[in-house]
Design a protein around this ligand. Structure first.
Ligand code: NAD
Ligand code: UFG
Length: 330
């Protein structure tokens, strides 16, 4: 079985490619490397001893994308490719709409043309907006607060409409909570260029001395210690969720939250990071970041019941592995 992984050189995609190869599946990656590096392919080979077929194409280039489907006998698609920076999406919304929507529509048109009916799509907890109650269940109302989130919600709608028109499609929409952590080998992980937007990459940059201080965005939220609460999930557990979705015998259009079901505050995460890695994180409380919500964590009972999904890694693992990756790659 040959799986097309869009965005397979990226953070979550690369971990999933490793799991697919270790499971004996063939993998074709399409990635334009806009937010990743080619050397990920070598690292995947080092970990698995296996090669993937790689196309450095943009999903927005329909002709090139079509040529992949023409050449390879694709059985299913895991669709990670997309731009993902919330702040940037507010400054350059059209780029986000163009890249995420055009890329996805091209992909779905190719799938239709070549009769490839199974797709797993990377959605996000951001589609829940500011939830009224917690934990968040899949049937909660949906809304977004920025163009990035809107592209995710629009793609979910496109997938629902597609399924409505042709129910031989088999679609899994996975709504990720906050992925952190890295591969145990220390070869794959996340280390964005410049100043990170997300908490864990920022903590790691402070730990390695690349940035002087962690700004904690607000300590007056209605949470355990006033700082924002999120559901951090190890990227290896997230990747495992994709394997389960791929093998799920129940067909149709399915939507699953992938998180741990546990909320952790910014201060709790920082303290855990300091303890397990025996480092001090210089930090200061600053004002709230616009658009942030108090707390967000998942109910994962649907994924547990229907996919058998259960997280295997702890917050300690996430902190150890995130730091280990960046120390290994600097
Ligand atoms: P990433 O940026 O590391 O990986 C995305 C990959 O897609 C990159 O390698 C990039 O080069 C590629 N790409 C982007 N646009 C492309 C295009 N037009 N054609 C070909 N390749 C393209 O991001 P990630 O953290 O691995 O996220 C993967 C997916 O999961 C994204 O769709 C993201 O929106 C979604 N997601 C991520 C998070 C998170 O916090 N990391 C949370 C929820 C959802
Ligand atoms: N935070 C800080 N300082 C920082 C960065 C973040 O205090 O330098 C705080 C935030 O205020 C928030 C928490 O840390 O309370 C987590 O923030 P992240 O930016 O790491 O994550 P978000 O929950 O804001 O958003 C992330 C992705 C979104 C995605 C969402 C749910 O950026 O794209 O998770 O999956 F939609």
């Amino acid at each position: 079985m040959k799986i097309l992984v869009t965005g397979g050189c990226g953070y979550i995609g690369s971990h999933t490619v490793v799991d697919l190869l270790n499971d004996g599946l063939e993998v074709v990656i399409v990635d334009n490397l806009v937010n990743s590096k080619r050397d990920v392919l070598e690292k995947i080979k080092k970990i698995t001893g296996k090669c993937v077929t790689f196309y450095e194409y943009d999903l927005c280039d329909m002709e090139k994308l079509d040529s992949i489907f023409k050449k390879e006998s694709i059985s299913a698609v895991i669709h990670f490719a997309g731009l993902k920076a919330v702040g940037e999406s507010v400054s350059i919304p059209l780029k986000y709409y163009q890249n995420n929507l055009t890329g996805t529509i091209n992909l779905l048109l190719c799938m239709q043309k070549y009769n490839v009916k199974k797709i797993i799509f990377s959605s996000s907890a951001t589609v829940y907006g500011n939830p009224k109650t917690l934990p968040i269940k899949e049937d909660f109302p949906l809304s977004t607060t920025n163009p990035y989130g809107t592209t995710k919600l629009m793609i979910e709608t496109i997938l629902k409409d597609l399924y409505q028109s042709d129910n031989s499609f088999d679609i899994a929409i996975l709504r990720y909570f906050n992925p952190i952590g890295a591969h145990k080998s220390g070869l794959l992980g996340e280390d964005p260029n410049g100043i990170p937007n997300n908490l864990m990459p920022y903590i790691v940059k402070v730990a390695t001395g690349k940035l002087p201080v962690l700004n904690i965005f607000g300590a007056d939220y209605k949470t355990v210690d006033g700082t924002g609460v999120r559901d951090y999930i190890h990227v290896l557990d997230l990747s495992y969720g994709h394997m389960l979705a791929l093998k799920n015998k129940k067909t149709g259009l399915k939507i699953y939250n992938l998180g741990t079901g546990k909320g952790t505050s910014v201060l709790e995460l920082v303290t855990m990071f300091e303890t397990v890695n025996k480092v001090k994180i210089n930090k200061k409380i600053v004002g709230r970041r616009e658009g942030d919500i108090d707390a967000c964590y998942a109910s994962c009972s649907l994924a547990e019941r229907e996919l058998g999904f259960k997280c295997r890694y702890t917050l300690e693992d996430m902190c150890l592995d995130s730091y280990n990756y960046v120390k290994n790659n600097n």
